[in-house]
Design a binder for this molecule. Structure first.
Ligand code: ATP
Ligand code: MG
Length: 334
């Protein structure tokens, strides 16, 4: 029987890069049954809902989803669909690998980082209010249970993926209670994993160290907001948002795979978006679905096309269109 997954093409460049990823998955010989759903701006225009409840229900039912970017307008009443999905599906662990690809000029070679980001709380809990007309406040909520769960997830990930070191990232000197609790949970968990080296760093120092000595780092265990920011920094270090994939894991095998980048309205519809981030997210998904062989084939085809540099998109210095890049990858799969 064909495996069924939920597909959310998303907004902006989402549909263009989704088309590319689907063609490539098919060319690798994988026939999936896609339950296509809309969420975000397009869904809002049609149904008045940015996240129709059937989207959440279907992901709960089918367990696995591949998702394009969904727009979150800044400072409007529109709640982030990305955040809502992670929260409602309890996809508590985000994994964002950042690794150089040969052929993309970056400041450093051989950077190989994995960001493990807590996905359900911190400033993303959405506990915000206007105290009066001129005062706003947002609550940074950190719980012991969510912090233990993500720390366990990060160390377990390190063991299973042959990683050597976990560095916990906080601002525990300032946010003594909230980040302090996150740090305490990481320390406690680290004791159970003597085979993994454990380090602690403050977020400001990490930002500096990452752009000076990125090879010092391996797995970075972050609360939600720092994880968001450091993901973009790490993406920039290793070739940009156009190539940075992401996965969100929950309990009982639920998982949602999506690029780190947003919907890029500036280039939407121009046919020049880089589909690599979504394709690499699909590679993570195929591994999760036990198509390891095909996943490796796709990964290698993408890497070869980027290394050869003849058919790469403008964001990584080439002048090919999304379609030309896609065809080049498909040719490598043949
Ligand atoms: P959103 O509000 O949905 O996050 P955004 O305007 O922040 O959208 P991002 O997609 O997060 O846009 O990325 C910032 C910029 O990086 C984009 O405006 C775009 O120029 C570039 N970019 C991001 N992803 C890609 C991609 N896949 N291909 C090409 N350029 C990209
Ligand atoms: Mg963005």
């Amino acid at each position: 029987m064909k495996k069924q997954i939920v597909l959310l093409p998303g907004d902006g460049i989402g549909p263009e890069i989704t088309e590319s990823a689907l063609q490539i998955i098919k060319s690798a010989g994988i026939d999936l049954d896609y339950v296509v759903m809309q969420a975000g701006a397009e869904s809002a225009a049609k149904t008045g809902e940015t996240l129709p409840s059937e989207v959440v229900e279907n992901i709960k039912k089918y367990k696995v989803a591949l998702k394009g970017p969904i727009t979150t307008p800044i400072g409007t009443g529109f709640r982030s669909v990305n955040v809502a999905l992670r929260k409602e599906l309890n996809l508590y662990g985000a994994v964002r690998p950042s690794k150089n690809l040969e052929g993309i000029r970056t400041k450093f070679d051989n950077v190989d980082l994995v960001i493990v980001r807590e996905n359900t709380e911190d400033l993303y809990a959405g506990i915000e209010r206007m105290v009066d007309d001129d005062t706003a406040e947002s609550i940074k909520r950190i719980t012991r249970s969510a912090s233990m769960r993500i720390a366990e997830f990060a160390f377990d990930y390190a063991v299973k993926n042959n990683r050597k070191k976990v560095t916990v990232v906080t601002k525990a000197n300032i946010c003594k209670f909230s980040d302090g609790l996150f740090l305490e949970c990481a320390r406690q968990t680290a004791q159970k994993y003597p085979q993994i080296e454990f380090k602690e760093i403050l977020i400001d120092n990490l930002c500096m160290q990452l752009v000076v000595r990125p090879h010092e780092f391996d797995v970075l265990l972050c609360p939600n907001l720092y994880g968001d920011i450091v993901s973009d920094l790490a993406a920039g270090l290793t070739g940009g948002l156009g190539i940075a994939p992401g996965a969100n894991y929950g309990e009982d095998g639920a998982a949602l795979f999506e690029p780190v980048h947003g919907s890029s309205p500036d280039i939407a519809g121009k046919g020049i978006a880089n589909p690599t981030a979504l394709i690499r997210s699909a590679v993570l998904m195929l591994n999760h679905l036990d198509y390891a062989k095909e996943a490796a084939k796709i990964d290698s085809a993408v890497n070869t096309v980027i290394k050869e540099g003849k058919f790469t998109t403008p964001d990584i210095g080439g002048n090919a269109t999304t379609k030309e890049f896609t065809s080049a990858v498909i040719n490598k799969l043949k």
